[in-house]
Design a binder for this molecule. Sequence first.
Ligand SMILES: Cc1cc2nc3c(=O)[nH]c(=O)nc-3n(C[C@H](O)[C@H](O)[C@H](O)COP(=O)(O)OP(=O)(O)OC[C@H]3O[C@@H](n4cnc5c(N)ncnc54)[C@H](O)[C@@H]3O)c2cc1C
Length: 482
Amino acid sequence: MRFAAMKPKSAIVVGAGFAGLSAALELGRAGVQVTVLEALSSAGGRAQRRTENGYTFDLGPTLIVMTDVLKRTLGDESFARLALSRIEPGYEIRWPDGQRFALHSDIALLVAEFARFEGPMRASHALRYLADVHEAFTDAQSRILERDHTVASFLRTIITPGRMRPWIFGNLRAFTQRYFTHPRTVEALTFQSLYLGTSPLRAPALYALLPVSEAVGGVWYAPGGTGAIVAACVDACKQLGVRFVFNARVDRIDATNKGVSIFADDERYDADAVVVTADREPAMRQLFGAQAPPRERRMRYGHSAAVWYVGVRRAIDLPHHTVFLPQNPWQAYAALDAGRQLDDPMVYVCNPRVSDATVAPAGHSALLVLTPVPNRSNGPELDTHALRERVLQRLEREVGPLRDAIAVERFRGPKEFAEELGLLHGAAFGPDHTLDQMTAFRPSIAHPHYRNVVFAGSGTRPGSGVPMVLISGRLAAQRLLQ
Ligand SMILES: Cc1cc2nc3c(=O)[nH]c(=O)nc-3n(C[C@H](O)[C@H](O)[C@H](O)COP(=O)(O)OP(=O)(O)OC[C@H]3O[C@@H](n4cnc5c(N)ncnc54)[C@H](O)[C@@H]3O)c2cc1C
């Protein structure tokens, strides 16, 4: 098959989430005429921001990490204007029996925190853990995450010269236990794979990079929340002449190696190339129809999330980010992996009022309350009522009575993620991040037949989370520009 070898003059990006915005920026900077077609009425995708009765919520990402990737995407000036501030401690972890662990980004404080659990004699283990993981993470970022590997190049990367191998093949829990003996320390450093929808029981050791990047690189907040980061990306796109068309749901893509025709709500858009950031697997089937490869590998999807956005008529006394772990998290992860709702749920609460007074009326709070749940292929439809009750009980044990103070409440779960954002099985974080579905084993950003059709977002490489999809948008654009 012959491929068009020239740089595209025009490109369409399907989807204005972070992956689409990143691809549009990269293409716009290269002088490509870019049009972004977005089904929703505004940009952001999973990272929408909503205000209701004076309470403002980021609907998706709230933990902003790996800001070097964001800086690379936005450029120095736009990034500086965001005026990100570092949250210290990044978050607090609490267990039902009252024990707490603060993930400080001040390393001395963090090591002291480890010593509270592990004993002062083992503080050196904590330092070695931080140094080892950070070093491997820096390697992994440049050599694995920021590359669009083939299976062969991926295997070459991890097999030589040896440093990365234990990272890839080990199990996250076993790896963490090499450095720490106290069960609570291990619990505090492993739940983070759930950010990617992957159970800590099945996550590869590589994902130790999540807590370490939070501790070393920091957890950040932009005044105006994650919505302000989306807005900065849209502004930067517009400065490059990128055109946005909202309420434009793409329902068909006809591709040849010379160009693409894209159909959205009875309008036709022609361009030299397209970046598709809709969830890859359903997009391939639904948008390309007969042009979809017949035997695309079916992926296993990760856990999803049940999320409540709650405006409360009082100031909730919680840090910006708090994770409430169950008494026995490993039992909870096993139940989740078996497709069951949790009796003793793990709950994450974002309380941005403590960093940003504009998110709620004075003396009030705007909370995001999230608990992991199986996706729709893994278990029965969510019993939202029962789950809400358990989550509320857990929260009220910590912050006192809440129900009577609730002024606004909205909910999003797997059903809403499927219906509103087109996410397969309602899986909020896309395909699972297990060893067999990582990097080169994840669906490629390339279309197998058309060089001018590429994919980006959490359904492709390198994976889920804002920094990862920013990288995927950039890789997809670069592939078109090669
Ligand atoms: C509740 C929640 C909490 C999260 N928390 C964090 C966090 O704290 N930190 C973090 O880093 N990550 C977090 N994530 C993950 C992060 O939000 C995602 O990985 C990232 O935002 C995905 O971006 P994307 O551009 O790939 O996809 P999306 O944001 O889903 O964007 C895809 C866009 O494509 C549009 N689209 C789809 N189909 C079509 C079509 N046919 N035509 C036109 N448009 C279409 C959609 O409307 C959507 O706007 C969270 C996710 C969720 C759901």
